[in-house]
Design a protein around this ligand. Structure first.
Ligand SMILES: C[S@@+](CC[C@H](N)C(=O)[O-])C[C@H]1O[C@@H](n2cnc3c(N)ncnc32)[C@H](O)[C@@H]1O
Length: 273
């Protein structure tokens, strides 16, 4: 396991993923009944933007950094920035919250977060980063295995975030297979699956794999900030939702053109299907 999210925290891909994550959590809170969040690949929770990794790879500057002082962003982006501000109370952007930290901001006392992280150092950091509360659980558990073991959650409603590092060549197919299997256990759950946008055809194949498990309501949002790079640098990402919350399509159709313009480094663009 070589991947460390600290090199990428707050980049364009995190902006898209975390803005959608917060929309999903807000939507779950529209009902009073408790929900669970399963974060299969959680990371370390909080990222120091002045730390050595972010200094070496300051991707956040062209991600959340560009949006930080934006005067009037569309609601999806405004909600995201409001959550990031909660971790930077003095107005200086120094700390970037990862998915489990953002999730804890949305939990009520009866809602539960189950965050899985396999890297020992990142898991220890995650334990330090998250509030010490009984409804916030950090698991030393393989995220793929957790999809079988922890679903369906006792609450019978909730969100599953699948955000692996894609270090292995077969990880896209593996994720599609794991999501398909999870749908058999927790078919009415909300799923947010993040993928790197490198090959549109590979993502189309992965999406088709999910639909083999039966017709579902799905939503896919792609955002790229430049044309594909020869050095393989990530310039685009895609989120795929199963059972997306009401209103997300409209929120994204407003936010995606804004994000493509605000984060552009050349030929940016977006797609919503
Ligand atoms: C892309 S990062 C997660 C970022 C995080 N979800 C966020 O949005 O802030 C992927 C994380 O998964 C961890 N990881 C890798 N393989 C894993 C596995 N099989 N199960 C659980 N965690 C794993 C890595 O150590 C890394 O911290």
């Amino acid at each position: 396991m070589n991947y460390r999210h600290a090199f990428h925290a707050g980049n364009h891909a995190d902006v898209l993923k975390h803005a959608v994550l917060l929309y999903c959590l807000d939507a779950l809170k529209r009902k009073e009944t408790p929900f669970a969040v399963l974060d299969t690949h959680a990371g370390r929770g909080l990222y120091d933007l002045g730390g050595p990794e972010a200094e070496r790879s300051p991707e956040w500057r062209d991600g959340v950094g560009r949006l930080w002082n934006w005067p009037d962003p569309p609601p999806l982006a405004a909600r995201y920035l409001e959550a990031i501000r909660g971790f930077n109370a003095d107005g200086e952007l120094r700390t970037y919250p990862g998915s489990p930290a953002l999730a804890t901001t949305a939990l009520r006392d009866n809602d539960v977060l189950m965050a899985c992280e396999l890297h020992p150092e990142d898991r220890a950091a995650l334990r330090r980063a998250l509030p010490r509360k009984s409804n916030v659980q950090v698991h030393e558990r393989d995220g793929w295995e957790a999809l079988g073991a922890l679903l369906p959650p006792a609450q019978r409603r909730g969100l599953v975030l699948i955000d692996p590092p894609y270090e292995e060549p077969d990880e896209l197919a593996r994720a599609a297979g794991a999501l398909g299997a999870a749908l058999k256990r927790f078919g009415h759950g909300m799923y947010l699956w993040w993928r790197p946008l490198k090959s549109e055809a590979a993502l189309d194949t992965a999406d088709a794999e999910i639909l083999k498990h039966g017709p579902r309501e799905t939503l896919r949002a792609d955002l790229w900030i430049a044309a594909p790079q020869r050095d393989g640098r990530l310039v685009g990402s895609s989120v795929y939702l199963v059972n997306p919350p009401f209103g997300l399509r409209e929120a994204l159709s407003e936010a995606l053109p804004f994000l493509a313009d605000a984060l552009t480094k050349g030929q940016s663009g977006w797609r919503l299907t």
